[in-house]
Design a protein around this ligand. Structure first.
Ligand code: IPD
Ligand code: CA
Ligand code: CA
Ligand code: CA
Length: 261
C-alpha cells in the first residue's frame, strides 16, 4: 500500500474515534479555560483530542513531526519542514463555537512531505461530514467527489471573513471588498470556511493572523479543488508562521490583493 493510502485509512479511523469522544463530551459540561484573551478559549477536549492524535501519529509514524496548537507537537525548523514528513493538527478548530454553540467546529489534519501537501482532512463532526483529499485525486465529502470550484469573481458570490477583519476601523479595504461581494458570511472556523470555499458556497475567505494548523488542511483542499491561497500581498503563505491569509477563487484572489495593496 502507498504511504498516502496507509495514512488515509488510519486518519479516517482516528477521526471517527475523535468524533465519538467529542460527541460524548458534549453531553456533559465542558471544562473551559481562557488563554490569551477573553475570547481565546481552550477546553479539556482540545487538549485530549490533540494528545491522543499525537500519540497515534507517533506510534505509527515515529519519524514524522507534528505542528499542533495545544502544545503536544514538535518544534519544526524550516530544514525539518523541507526534508521530513510533517503533520499539521488542529484538534478543534472553532473552539469558541464548540463552547458557545456546540456546533460549527472541526477536527483537522494535513500531511506535508518535504514541504509539499499530500493529503488533508477537515471533519465537520456535527453534520458528520468529512472533507478530505489526496494529492491529484480531487476532494471528497465523505464518499462523494466535490465538483471543481468555478472561477467566480467577488460580485458573483459570497465573501467570508473573521470578525476581526470585518470590524477593523483602521482600514477601508474591508468595506470595499464586502460591498463588491453579493453578501458576507462568517462561521468562526477557518477550516469550515475553507470547506465552504472548496464546495463553491463562497468565493473568498480572508483572515488576519491564521496559524499553520488553521491554514494547512484548508490550503491543501482549496488548491486541490482549483482555488488559490496567498498572503494579503499575493505571496505564498508560510506554513511555519502566522499569516494574513486569502483563500479564494483565482479571480477573487486577484481582486482582493489589488484592493488590499
Ligand atoms: C480559530 C478559528 C477562527 C479564526 C481564528 C482561529 P481555534 O481557531 O479558526 O475562525 O478566526 O484565527 O484561531 O483557535 O478555534 O482553533
Ligand atoms: Ca485556539
Ligand atoms: Ca484553529
Ligand atoms: Ca484549535
Amino acid at each position: 500500500m502507498q504511504m498516502t493510502e496507509k495514512r488515509d485509512v488510519l486518519i479516517k479511523e482516528w477521526l471517527k474515534e475523535a468524533a465519538t469522544e467529542i460527541k460524548e463530551a458534549l453531553q456533559h459540561d465542558l471544562e473551559v479555560e481562557v488563554k490569551s484573551r477573553a475570547n481565546d478559549l481552550v477546553t479539556q477536549m482540545d487538549r485530549k483530542i490533540e494528545k491522543e492524535l499525537v500519540q497515534k501519529i507517533n506510534q505509527h509514524f515515529p519519524n514524522d513531526l507534528i505542528i499542533s496548537e495545544e502544545g503536544f507537537g514538535d518544534h519544526v525548523s524550516r530544514e525539518d519542514f523541507e526534508q521530513q514528513t510533517v503533520w499539521f493538527l488542529d484538534p478543534i478548530d472553532g473552539t469558541l463555537n464548540f463552547v458557545l454553540q456546540n456546533e460549527n467546529y472541526a477536527v483537522m489534519l494535513a500531511v506535508y512531505e518535504k514541504g509539499i501537501g499530500k493529503q488533508a482532512y477537515i471533519y465537520d463532526i456535527t453534520h458528520n461530514k468529512l472533507y478530505w483529499g489526496i494529492k491529484d485525486n480531487g476532494v471528497y465529502c465523505n464518499d462523494q467527489p466535490l465538483p471543481k470550484m468555478k472561477d467566480l469573481p467577488l460580485d458573483k458570490g459570497l465573501f467570508a471573513s473573521n470578525s476581526m477583519f470585518l470590524s477593523d476601523q483602521q482600514v477601508s479595504f474591508n468595506a470595499e471588498i464586502t460591498k463588491r461581494a453579493m453578501g458576507v458570511r462568517t462561521i468562526g472556523s477557518a477550516g469550515l470556511e475553507s470547506v465552504e470555499l472548496t464546495k463553491g458556497s463562497t468565493v473568498a475567505y480572508v483572515s488576519y493572523g491564521l496559524k499553520p494548523w488553521d491554514i494547512a488542511p484548508g490550503l491543501f483542499l482549496v488548491e486541490e479543488n482549483g482555488g488559490v491561497v496567498t498572503q494579503f500581498d499575493g505571496s505564498r503563505v508560510d506554513l511555519l508562521n502566522t499569516n494574513p491569509t486569502i483563500m479564494a477563487t483565482p479571480t477573487a484572489q486577484k481582486e482582493i490583493t489589488k484592493l488590499l495593496s
